[in-house]
Design a protein around this ligand. Structure first.
Ligand SMILES: [Zn+2]
Length: 138
């Protein structure tokens, strides 16, 4: 469930509920996560992704594509990363596992889904359709 962005300071993080960074509405981790990456990020899109992908029962963010719990500490294939469903479009950001992000590379979400389905068919013994490749590299 995505809430409207209310950036007034609070004692506890408005995403995960952990103690907030001083005079912030986010805890140190969520604050750093939200700031990670390009300067011209889309604040509302990031808030939307963070608030909808935080799983309070799991106490973790969930990967947009796989649903697995994302890891905050250390470097792991499941480390939390920002991903663009549409490459270069900051309004399309979601949180995904680092390895899934690398697998998707510069494909759009639609292209990625097509490629993964085609790979799965290939792994099941079917021929791979070259048309599953994106038409151009971004
Ligand atoms: Zn937090």
């Amino acid at each position: 469930m995505s809430k409207a962005l209310d950036s007034s300071p609070s004692t506890n993080c408005k995403v995960c509920g952990r103690p907030s960074f001083p005079r912030s509405y986010l805890c140190p981790f969520c604050r750093a996560l939200k700031k990670r990456g390009p300067r011209k990020s889309d604040n509302k899109a990031r808030w939307r992704a963070m608030s909808s992908q935080w799983d309070p029962d799991a106490g973790a963010y969930r990967c947009y594509y796989t649903g697995v719990k994302l890891l905050e500490e250390g470097r792991s294939p499941r480390s939390v990363t920002w991903e663009h469903r549409v490459p270069g479009d900051e309004s399309s950001v979601v949180l995904v596992a680092e390895l899934v992000n690398k697998m998707k590379a510069y494909m759009t979400e639609k292209e990625f889904r097509r490629m993964v389905r085609e790979l799965s068919r290939r792994f099941d013994g079917q021929p791979f359709s070259v048309s599953a490749f994106p038409s151009s590299r971004r």
